[in-house]
Structure formats: structure tokens, C-alpha cells
Design a binder for this molecule. Structure first.
Ligand SMILES: Cc1ncc(C[n+]2csc(CCOP(=O)(O)OP(=O)(O)O)c2C)c(N)n1
Length: 375
């Protein structure tokens, strides 16, 4: 396996001193290493993967130095536009090193949302005309590949991708992690919310642990899953799925269980919700200021004022809570008040080690949910 420190040193030796991206579980050890060892201004966890390509571009324009943009292959879609219309040699020609976690690699068992993306990842890079290599898991071989990548980037002023398989990096635990003071966990909160909902309320949950926990909470509470649409892929889009439903189903309340990382990834959606102003739209943000589902890398969730953001985007009301009692009180208000309404719940990181994945397929989820909507 590849030692994170040694790989980092290979990059630094070749002039890389700027790192940006959206975290991925396959890259979490390397990510932890750069969080501990790169100066604050030289590592930016981006709002989305496209933004990370723009950030490496800005860094290159200002310093003539190649930056590294890391992402899960699910994020390639977000990056395609700047990859084709900004850094491509047919446009500005900005050398950029891409480090892409390969979820759903053919032959590896993975969750349904990763299967197609895994199958087409290399084909996407071929179509984008971005040369790539699978990152080898020994330093000797990684050195050869990096030399090849840098020769290409410097000669053609173009991006180059390193595709990262499962278990490529050795374990590295982050050392400088700030402790969080909030008491409730995401799963506590999901249970409390489900207890407050009516039988005909609709729930749209965001990507990652939130959807997995929602599924398991329903099981534990002996409840059916038909009220829920689990947005297992498409990170950042749960609120727009919820908006699409809310605009067409005015007699039912739509509760969107969103994450801070997901909200930030496509924050412009808040303005669209506020402008359309559906009365039945209730937006709940499970804010742990982290991308917990892929390793707990920080977001700006506690630095930005989500309540003020919602209000300035013309949400009708917006509240912030952090305790059990406040949550129950505001949930009752949220149910009776006209939307769009937002409830930010400050939570701590933490999840069950035995957290499973939904045992039904996405298509079964869709069919049950659509039947429920049509009754
Ligand atoms: C476009 C895209 N980029 C990255 C990922 C990988 N990913 C899955 S969940 C997640 C973190 C979500 O963070 P947040 O919404 O704050 O929820 P939390 O995990 O903290 O519950 C990430 C980065 C993804 N699925 N899709």
C-alpha cells in the first residue's frame, strides 16, 4: 500500500503545494494527511468538484504552479464543465493533477449509485481526452507514474488524472481534529423527527449516512419506507427533488433532510426554493460541519449562517436548534407554519459502526414512493 507521507513528498518534490477537492472515502487517509500537513491557505475543501478545478486554475494563474484536485468519481460529473471549457488545452490549457477515487470499480462490490459511475469512469476520462493512470500502490511505481504525469502536464499544459483504487493508501488518522460540543447525533435527530411526522408526510433524504440511517430508523420503529425517497447519489440535489415534489403535491408536507456538505455543494438551490415559495416545503439541515459519510473532513457548516442565508433567500421562517427540547418545539412549529421553512439542527459527528445500507433497491424505493404519492 502507498504511504501517505511518501506520496505527498513525491508531489511536493514535483512542485505541488496547493490541494483542493471534495472528499471521498477511498482518499480519506491521504486527505487526512494533507489536512494535518498542508498550510491552511494551501488546502481548500471545495463546495463542489467543479469549484476545485476553478481553484487549481486560479492558483496556477497566480503562481504558475500545478495544483491537485481530488474527488470521488461521482464528482467527475460536477467537474466536466470546467474540465472541458476551462482547463482543456483547446481553451486555456491549465495543467491540473486530478486524484480520483474509483468507487464502483468493475469486479468490486459497491452500492448501486456507484456501479455505473465505476463502469464508465475511465471511459469518461477517455472522452474528455484526459490521459490517466491507475495509481500504483508502491512508491517506486507511483514515482514512475508521477514523472509521466508531470511530463505530460508541463509539455501539453493539460490535465492528467490518477485513478485511485480501494485500499491504495495506508491508514493515516488525522491528528489535529477540533472537538465538537453539540450533544445530538444525526441518528438521534432522525428518530426524533420521524416521531413528530404525520403518516402522509413526505421525506426526501440526502446522500450518505442520513439516507442509510433513515432507512434503518424506519425498520427499528416498525414503519414502512413508502414515505421516503432516499437520494443515495446526486449529492446536493435532495432539496430540488423535494422542491419538484412540493410544487406538484400541495396537499402534503415535504420534509427534506439535508446535510451541510450537500447544502453547500449546490447552495444556489436555496434561492430557487425561496423564489418559488412552496408553503409545504420544510427544509431540515443536519449540520455537523463535516462530510462525515466519507471520513469526517470539515465543511464550513458552522462558519456560515444557514438561518440568515435561508431568510435572505426569502424562506418564510428559519430556526437553529441544538437540543432535544428545542428540536421538538421547533418541529411542531415547522409542521404548522407556512413554508418554505428551514430548521438547522447543530449536531455532533458520530454513527453506528454497524450501520447498514438500504436492503431494498433504488427502483423498489421509487415504486413504493410513487404509489404512496398517488394515493
Ligand atoms: C458529487 C459527489 N461528490 C462527492 C460524493 C461523496 N460523498 C458522499 S456523502 C458525502 C458527504 C456529505 O456530507 P454532508 O451532506 O455534510 O453529510 P454527512 O456525511 O456529514 O452526514 C460525500 C462527499 C458524492 N457522493 N457525490
Amino acid at each position: 500500500m502507498l504511504n501517505c507521507k511518501k506520496f505527498y513528498e513525491l508531489l511536493v518534490d514535483r512542485g505541488i503545494d496547493f490541494f483542493t477537492g471534495v472528499p471521498d472515502s477511498l482518499l480519506k487517509d491521504f486527505n487526512a494527511y494533507i489536512m494535518d500537513n498542508v498550510k491552511k491557505n494551501n488546502h481548500i475543501i471545495a463546495a463542489n468538484e467543479g469549484a476545485s478545478i476553478a481553484l487549481t486554475t486560479g492558483h496556477y494563474l497566480a503562481t504558475k504552479k500545478i495544483g491537485l484536485a481530488y474527488m470521488q468519481n461521482s464528482g467527475l460529473g460536477n467537474a466536466i464543465n470546467p474540465l472541458t471549457s476551462l482547463v482543456d488545452p483547446d481553451v486555456y490549457g491549465i495543467p491540473t493533477l486530478l486524484l480520483i477515487g474509483w468507487r464502483g470499480e468493475p469486479g468490486e462490490k459497491d452500492a448501486p449509485q456507484h456501479v455505473k459511475q465505476g463502469r464508465i469512469t475511465l471511459k469518461i476520462l477517455d472522452t474528455l481526452e484526459i490521459p490517466y493512470d491507475i495509481l500504483p500502490d508502491t512508491i517506486e511505481d507511483a514515482t514512475i507514474i508521477l514523472n509521466k504525469a508531470f511530463t505530460h502536464m508541463n509539455k501539453f499544459k493539460a490535465p492528467y488524472a490518477l485513478v485511485v483504487r480501494k485500499k491504495t493508501f495506508e491508514k493515516y488518522e488525522v491528528k489535529n481534529k477540533t472537538e465538537q460540543s453539540y450533544g445530538l447525533s444525526r441518528e438521534d435527530v432522525i428518530k426524533l423527527i420521524l416521531n413528530e411526522l404525520n403518516d402522509d408526510d413526505i421525506v426526501i433524504s440526502t446522500t450518505g449516512f442520513a439516507s442509510r440511517e433513515l432507512f434503518e430508523c424506519r425498520e427499528q420503529m416498525n414503519q414502512d419506507h413508502h414515505n421516503d425517497f432516499l437520494t443515495i447519489g446526486s449529492m446536493g440535489h435532495a432539496s430540488q427533488i423535494a422542491l419538484g415534489i412540493a410544487m406538484s403535491t400541495s396537499d402534503r408536507q415535504v420534509f427534506c433532510l439535508d446535510g451541510d456538505g450537500s447544502l453547500i455543494m449546490h447552495m444556489g438551490s436555496l434561492g430557487i426554493i425561496g423564489s418559488k415559495s412552496p408553503k409545504n416545503f420544510k427544509h431540515i439541515i443536519l449540520n455537523n460541519a463535516a462530510h462525515e459519510s466519507v471520513g469526517g473532513q470539515p465543511t464550513v457548516g458552522f462558519e456560515v449562517d444557514i438561518v440568515s442565508m435561508a431568510l435572505s433567500c426569502k424562506y418564510n421562517v428559519a430556526y437553529r436548534v441544538e437540543t432535544n427540547t428545542e428540536l421538538i418545539e421547533k418541529m411542531n412549529l415547522l409542521k404548522s407554519i407556512e413554508g418554505p421553512a428551514l430548521l438547522e439542527i447543530r449536531i455532533r459527528e458520530g454513527h453506528r459502526k454497524d450501520l447498514g445500507r438500504p436492503t431494498t433497491s433504488p427502483k423498489e424505493n421509487k415504486e413504493k414512493f410513487m404509489n404512496f404519492l398517488s394515493t
